[in-house]
Design a protein around this ligand. Structure first.
Ligand code: ADP
Ligand code: ZN
Ligand code: ZN
Length: 729
């Protein structure tokens, strides 16, 4: 009889024993279906044992062994064990969270591979303009296929409602062929894109990394926007592929993956690429995951969850835009994919490259201490592309027109006259951040949160951006009955209509979470921008990230002042990164770019550093401030987060938690419980207790003792969790 210990998705710090009937016993790492309680659950075998920890009469047999999926490799299991310990999260849940949801579903896995279409040689040369003007679907599908080389059925459906006819027509013309998804290689007969010759900085960076060979090294590639970091990643991947190994590339945004994917496919035709992000349908994601796990997919491109992809022949990890907050998972296993990438590279003995124009202070600090090695790309790569001029528009005492200053309006007008594109950046979606009653000062509160409801005029609703609560716009003030309610502040929708009023002939596109919610909607907008079908772009940070818009010569920034004086000590770092990114959109082509920042604080050091493009000076100051104040990265933190329907149980729980820590290591500082930054969310009262230490090891040792005691409280009314290396205050 063989006993296997299985990790299951239950909030308990233990594994569960089952009997495996075949003599060999399924190996460690296998996914299995087992009876648990009254249900069947999918778990992973983590250990084999001779004897069970429970009486034989209570042992149940393993149900099905999922032989369709390869066993998780031992290195990945070791990483998951490490993450479970480091983040103080149950091992079974850590392992289960790394599996694609479709695999965890007890339904048998699909056998039919999904269909996809790839461009053929003649298709790549075909001119979409030669198609009849009425065949819009055909043109659109061909256009996307030429850009991305491969479209899955889901991709095509996102482009046009009924793609079948268009795809059939393309196949009939010999411009596309049907292949099996996922991750089908691009037509191998196609000539790959010729890479540009590296400039001296790129060559030096690449040379330094390659000179160190295959073992673990953490590199911080700090390169200004457009300096050719991606080109360096591509060259590194070329080496990884030549060694017969797999490359893992992490990117913060789902929205960025299609463009990056297209670039990788063009560079490496014939190479199977798997993309993994939450925008994929469950079945599609499973297929990509299986392609990676079996070793067939040689490049894996994905968002944070992809960091746990099984890769039997991993040779390189790249984390693009490493500073980005979306690498941090904010529920369940609260991991930082960037940090896990570094752990993983170390465990598996492969190099990891963290790239950014504005590296996080954590990474800069690691570089300063010699843990990471820093490589700098200080110049833009394209021959004509120069960094944009950044100017501050002092708006003190100016009467703005719908949030826009006269100088910005004039600058946009000038771009319109020259046929160039402008981008207006405001980090608030919706019409206005609040609806206010001037008579009694009522300001659209969310009934479930400590926040305000945002006015979404287009939908006729007030919406909470925290909890999703929505209600109709009231015709009169709910407090005093006044009918003259006013929108206060400016969101993307309001600016869009203001700009439409100011520039009646201009083609305006709004880009925010609302306008890009539909799958691939953002790609359609990107195509319009690239093709010059847009004059003015209005949008949130989605616009700021990583895209090359050659026609954009002006960037206007609105309402960024609030972050200068935020209570969150990371706000300045984030603001600078965001403004650098958005400023980096200007002047990527041959037209020089200009960035205009509206502000009431034109002397603020952050803005002055932005104008000089002097990231190092600013981060030097910020790091010094953090050191003096005793903030990360100079100390290590963990947050005990708690929430309940009333404040009293939350407070009581946190007080007890503090008592349980009595007599703790003097190297640990425990703060008083305080309300969360958003003290009420979706009807839950939230508070937290901060723990910190200058020593990561001692903080870990403390947490290891403390957490079981917290769990032993058996608290039922309060939901709590530990957040190690928290990002959100
Ligand atoms: P980053 O990732 O740093 O923003 P990219 O790698 O996207 O920069 O490069 C920016 C632009 O410069 C791209 O259009 C790219 O094709 C081009 N580029 C990169 N390296 C070179 C080079 N060595 N010579 C010419 N153009 C280059
Ligand atoms: Zn009122
Ligand atoms: Zn709310």
């Amino acid at each position: 009889m063989r006993i296997v210990r299985v990790g299951l998705d239950v909030p308990l710090d233990q594994l569960f024993d089952y009997v495996a009937d075949d003599a060999e016993g399924p190996e460690v790492g296998r996914c299995v279906q087992v009876p648990f309680g009254r249900k069947q659950s999918i778990g992973v075998i983590l250990e084999q044992a001779r004897e069970a920890g429970i009486p034989a009469s209570r042992l149940k047999p393993v149900g099905r062994v999922l032989r369709e999926a390869p066993p998780l490799p031992p290195q990945l299991l070791a990483l998951l064990r490490f993450c479970s310990r480091y983040y103080h999260y149950p091992l079974g849940q850590t392992v289960a969270g790394a599996l694609p949801t479709r695999l965890r579903n007890p339904r048998p896995l699909p056998r039919e591979p999904d269909a996809a279409w790839r461009i053929t040689g003649p298709g790549a040369l075909a001119d979409p303009a030669s198609l009849p003007p009425r065949s819009i679907a055909l043109r659109r599908v061909l256009g996307a296929l030429r850009e991305r080389h491969l479209l899955t059925r889901a991709d095509a459906t996102a482009l046009v409602a009924h793609p079948r006819k268009a795809l059939e027509e393309l196949v009939r013309r010999g411009w596309a062929e049907r292949v099996e998804a996922p991750a089908a290689p691009v037509n191998a007969a196609e000539v790959p894109e010729t890479p540009p010759a590296l400039n001296p900085e790129q060559a030096a960076a690449l040379g330094a990394i390659l000179a160190e060979g295959e073992g673990f090294n953490a590199w911080l590639l700090q390169g200004i926007t457009g300096s050719g970091k991606t080109e360096v990643y591509l060259r590194l991947l070329e080496h990884t592929l030549a060694q017969g190994r797999q490359g893992l590339v992490l990117t913060p945004e789902i929205n960025l993956t299609p463009q990056l994917e297209a670039r990788f496919r063009r560079r490496f035709p014939g190479v199977m690429l798997a993309s993994l992000h939450s925008g994929l349908a469950a079945g599609e994601r499973l297929r990509h995951w299986l392609a990676a796990a079996s070793g067939r997919a040689r490049i894996v491109l994905g968002t944070r969850l992809a960091v746990f992809t099984p890769l039997p022949r991993l040779g390189l990890i790249v984390v693009d835009e490493e500073h980005d907050g979306s690498f941090k998972q904010e529920d369940g296993l609260r991991y930082s994919a960037r940090d896990v990438a570094v752990f993983r590279a170390k465990h598996e003995g492969v190099p990891v490259v963290l790239g950014s124009a504005t590296p996080s202070l954590e990474s800069l600090h690691n570089a300063a201490r010699g843990r990471y090695r820093r490589l700098v790309l200080a110049r833009r790569a394209g021959a004509a592309a120069a960094l944009p001029q950044v100017r501050l528009l002092d708006t003190r005492g100016e009467k703005l027109r719908e949030g826009l200053s006269a100088r910005l309006i004039k600058a946009i007008g000038a771009r319109l006259g020259r046929g160039e594109q402008s981008l207006v950046f405001v980090n608030r979606r919706g019409y206005a951040p609040v609806l206010m009653c001037p008579a009694c000062r009522w300001v659209s509160p969310c009934p479930r949160c400590a926040g305000r409801l945002v006015l979404h005029l287009r939908d006729g609703r007030l919406l909470c951006h925290h909890c999703g609560h929505g209600e109709r716009i009231p015709v009169a003030c709910p407090e005093c009955g006044n009918q003259d309610l006013r929108p206060v502040g400016h969101g993307t929708q309001r600016l869009e209509s203001a700009l439409a009023g100011l520039f009646p002939g201009a083609r305006i596109a709004r880009v925010d979470r609302d306008s890009t919610r539909r799958r691939n909607a953002w790609e359609a907008i990107v195509a319009d921008i690239r093709a010059g079908r847009v004059d003015i772009l209005v949008g949130t940070q989605i616009l700021a990230k990583g895209h090359d818009f050659e026609g954009v010569s002006l960037v206007g920034v609105l309402n960024s002042d609030a972050a200068l004086y935020s209570t969150d000590f990371r706000a300045s770092e984030r603001l600078f990164a965001q403004l650098t990114q958005v400023a980096g959109r200007a002047g990527r082509g041959s037209v020089p770019g200009e960035v205009l920042v509206q502000t009431e604080f034109p002397d603020h050091p952050l803005y002055l550093a932005l104008c000089r493009h002097d990231f190092d000076a600013l981060t030097g100051d910020l790091l010094e401030e953090r050191r003096v104040a005793g903030f990360p990265p100079f100390v290590h933190q963990a947050l005990l987060r708690a929430e309940a329907t009333g404040t009293e149980p939350v407070q009581a729980f946190l007080r007890k938690a503090r008592e349980l820590a009595a007599g703790h290591d003097p190297a640990i500082v425990l703060f008083e419980p305080v309300p969360a930054l958003l003290p009420r969310l979706a009807g839950m009262e939230r508070a937290q207790l901060l723990v910190q230490s200058a020593s990561r090891a001692r903080l870990q040792a403390f947490l290891e003792q403390w957490r079981p005691r917290l769990a032993a409280l058996g608290e039922r009314r309060v939901r709590w969790c530990l957040d190690v290396d928290p990002l959100e205050a």
